[in-house]
Design a protein around this ligand. Sequence first.
Ligand SMILES: NC(=O)c1ccc[n+]([C@@H]2O[C@H](COP(=O)([O-])OP(=O)(O)OC[C@H]3O[C@@H](n4cnc5c(N)ncnc54)[C@H](O)[C@@H]3O)[C@@H](O)[C@H]2O)c1
Length: 312
Amino acid sequence: MKVFVTGGCGQIGSHIIELLLERGDQVVAIDNLATGRREHLSDHPNLEVIIDTIADKALIDRVIGDFKPDAIVHTAASYKDPEDWYNDTLTNCVGGSNLINAAKAHGVGRFIYFQTALCYGVKPLQQPIRLDHPKLPANSSYAISKTVTEDYLEISGVDYVSFRLANVIGPRNVSGPLPIFFDRLTQGKKCFVTKARRDFVFVKDLARCVIRAIDGVGHGAYHFSSGGDVAIQELYDAVVTAMGLPEYPQPDVRELGPDDAPSILLDPSRTYADFGKLEFTPLSEIASSAVAYFREFGTYGGYTHLKHTESK
Ligand SMILES: NC(=O)c1ccc[n+]([C@@H]2O[C@H](COP(=O)([O-])OP(=O)(O)OC[C@H]3O[C@@H](n4cnc5c(N)ncnc54)[C@H](O)[C@@H]3O)[C@@H](O)[C@H]2O)c1
């Protein structure tokens, strides 16, 4: 099978590519290294890596036209500066429309997208959040611009799966609390946690599910979630344990901020119905594999998609 992966040097893209290469697929990846790292992808005879941007319409059209992939896996996203609306729209809107148009023009059979749970707003109206929850992305440049491409997919006629995700963590994770906890604990600095609970999933569990979507399972939007939420403090504790610190560094426990939802939990029932049983790795193993990665490669990031700093 031939698969074109955008954001191939990122957390999710690189893990998907590893699974595709393991089973003998041919992969062309593109990444502009905005938040990804070239060393996330080892050289492989079946892998071509293009260091460039999906915002270049002529380039995307040429690459897809030449490679003729069976599937496009679109993980590239811009988010690292909440004030940088220009690059968010270039990557997340223009880039997305370039890819969808190229998929239509060149008859690509599958399109896999990754939407943010921020599309439901920072304070979702339901708990757990169902797929029919209204889209309320007017909370950040990231959520607004990411929602555009999912909306275009809905009207495109392309056969797509959109995985709506809350917090994907593991090795190569550059955003959210995990790299921040590791960084601060390494430097002996105090961390703070809020009383929030979040829907954390392991990047490798998601990657396995994405392979099935590439192969034809599913149509439309899905939540990738274990169905259970985790307290931020549980994640903190898992990182402390994984780091093997001699004494427990007590975090500051803070009340929720005005924009912090007490819990973000996605309802995975449609995913279970269409994809069958999914496997979810325990938090302790996720934290250990992330800590091993950070020790080798550093944290590089600690980005947040929202203007205010979420629970860290
Ligand atoms: N990680 C999460 O918790 C989470 C949650 C919800 C949605 N998502 C979505 O999942 C996808 C992957 O996220 P991730 O965690 O792997 O993030 P990541 O930052 O590790 O990967 C994104 C990759 O896209 C690349 N990129 C950015 N702009 C580009 C451009 N113009 N052209 C080519 N490449 C570009 C980056 O350099 C990076 O390698 C994103 O679309 C993100 O919006 C992730």
